[in-house]
Design a protein around this ligand. Structure first.
Ligand code: PEP
Ligand code: MN
Length: 355
């Protein structure tokens, strides 16, 4: 597969932009609304205007987007502001209409990424087109489903591809609409080296008040770009009203982001980082060999229990072990919940090797 093209070489964002900001309303609602949104996000420094034309709505009968007639509004907004424009595609017909209208970038939505048939249909329609495509994570935290969609695009010859972390459906209680599961951003970049990563804090948040903190977290974790919903009058929005920022809030957010450089040429920094990383590597190796030793002992315990006909799982013993570990963790200043999580996993594997 061809290497991923860095976003700075996509020819979409102004030179020197960082982070790369895609912003605009959840949905294009009218020509006026879109032009007003475009002017607002341009003034705050976004590089690309977003607006959904075909909206995947959970329930039927809601606002399902203005459809193909919005393509001309996007073109007009591009003309008026100099912003490049992008929209969501959910099938071959959307792709064909966008390519014909010269839309600068497309994105595949979370519900679509979850469906390989649909993704393949989009890729077949894209074959031979040279347009950048962003792939939102699927609604469930299924890394391979997300990667699979990207592989299909690569196989169709698309070279400018970015992933968008927009959070995941969860039954856990969280303040957000979609749980961020930040470690998915690391895992996908470990599997697909050089893959540009955007974050969509708006769909993660579900509420305007959280968009700022999630944007900052995204940059701290090394995301190169953000996808943010901005509406000239959020309270009147026909979709996702609660999470859209108004242009002033958006400007404030962009102006106050703390952008850390991903690298520096400072010698002391590089040397110190190298030393710290070497120490981490050493600790990791020690952890591994301790784990190996622990698993070996577990196997011996398993053999002993078998010989004497005793059941493997003895919850009383495990509860006592965990309680002891919690106390030790507190005493040395380690986060209890981290210790609980790590040791529960180790325990699960110990039980497995005794079977
Ligand atoms: C959107 O960007 O408006 C959208 C529908 O997002 P998602 O696919 O992430 O839900
Ligand atoms: Mn939306």
């Amino acid at each position: 597969m061809a290497a991923f093209v860095p976003v700075s070489q996509w020819g979409l964002f102004p030179d020197g932009d960082r982070p790369f900001v895609v912003a605009g309303p959840c949905s294009a609602e009218s020509r006026e609304q879109l032009l007003e949104a475009a002017a607002g996000v341009k003034a705050a420094g976004a590089g690309v205007l977003r607006a959904g034309l075909w909206k995947p709505r959970t329930h039927p009968g809601g606002f399902e987007g203005v459809g193909a007639k919005g393509l001309a509004w996007l073109a007009e907004a591009r003309e008026a502001t100099g912003l490049r424009v992008c929209t969501e595609v959910g099938g071959a017909q959307h792709v064909q209409a966008c390519l014909k209208a010269g839309i600068d970038m497309l994105w595949i939505g979370a519900r679509t990424t979850a469906n390989p048939f649909q993704v393949q249909e989009i890729c077949d329609a894209l074959r031979g087109a040279d347009v950048p495509v962003l792939v939102k994570n699927p609604v469930s935290p299924d890394l391979d489903l997300w990667i699979g969609a990207i592989e299909r695009l690569q196989a169709a010859g698309i070279t400018r591809i970015g992933a968008v972390l927009r959070g995941f459906t969860t039954l856990d209680k969280t303040p957000y609409r979609n749980a961020p599961v930040w470690d998915m951003s690391t895992r996908i970049r470990t599997r697909l080296k050089g893959l540009p990563l955007f974050v969509d804090p708006s769909h993660m948040a579900g509420a305007a008040e959280y968009v700022k903190e999630l944007s900052q977290r995204a940059l701290d974790l090394g995301a190169c770009g953000l996808l943010i919903e901005v509406h000239p009058h959020p309270q009147e929005a026909l979709s996702d009203a609660a999470q859209q920022l108004d242009p002033a809030q958006f400007k404030d957010l962009i102006g106050n982001l703390n952008v850390r450089s991903s690298d520096t040429t400072d010698g002391t920094y590089a040397r110190t980082l190298e030393e710290l990383r070497a120490r981490i590597d050493g600790v990791d190796s020690r952890l591994l060999s301790l784990l190996e030793e622990r698993m070996r002992i577990s196997r011996s315990i398993g053999a002993l229990k078998k010989e004497y006909g005793v059941s493997i799982l003895q919850t009383g013993r495990w509860e006592a072990v965990m309680e002891g570990l919690r106390k030790e963790a507190d005493a040395i200043g380690l986060d209890r919940s981290m210790v609980e999580e790590i040791f529960s996993t180790i325990h699960d594997y110990s039980v497995k090797v005794q079977e």
